[in-house]
Design a protein. Structure first.
Length: 165
């Protein structure tokens, strides 16, 4: 299983928005923080806006903000917003093929196969873990230096005219 890199990008951008404490951050500022493509990141930010996770404001002082407290935004929300809500495992019912083709109706009537059941349980556990991890949880462990560097890179921090490195 591999998630699109946009999930990582969006999650990091949301952490920066949490650090920005309600101030609008441009997609360029968010992209600059991690040396990402502003165009590609903006596509993901627009998906987060469509999902109600962020809001965007146009203009010189515009940008993106969280629409609700970071404690109320989970990694599960991010994965779902970026189109990764479909089941990871797709059972093709191969147990009804080959030597078992003549028993297909009986096999299907018996319910989900044990492999499909195991995969569904694992995915449920993974999605539950994501749902239990908020953007606030991720931002909580950041030290002051990291927070300051994030704000400088976005253009919101002290000494923003200096190199953030």
């Amino acid at each position: 299983m591999e998630l699109p890199k946009g999930v990582e990008w969006a999650a990091h951008a949301l952490v920066v928005l949490e650090v920005a404490a309600g101030r609008a951050v441009s997609s360029v500022g968010l992209a600059r923080t991690f040396d990402l493509s502003p165009t590609y990141l903006n596509k993901h930010l627009q998906k987060l806006a469509a999902a109600g996770i962020v809001t965007s404001t146009a203009g010189a002082t515009g940008g993106f903000r969280l629409t609700r407290p970071a404690a109320d935004v989970s990694l599960g929300d991010v994965v779902a917003a970026l189109g990764s809500a479909t089941p990871l495992f797709q059972c093709s019912e191969i147990r009804c093929q080959g030597a078992f083709a003549e028993q297909k109706q009986q096999i299907l009537a018996s319910g989900l196969c044990s492999i499909n059941q195991a995969m569904l349980r694992a995915e449920d556990a993974w999605r539950s873990s994501l749902a239990g991890t908020s953007i606030a949880d991720l931002a909580y462990g950041l030290d002051d230096n990291t927070r300051t560097r994030m704000l400088r890179a976005t253009g919101l921090g002290p000494d923003t005219d200096k190199d953030p490195s």
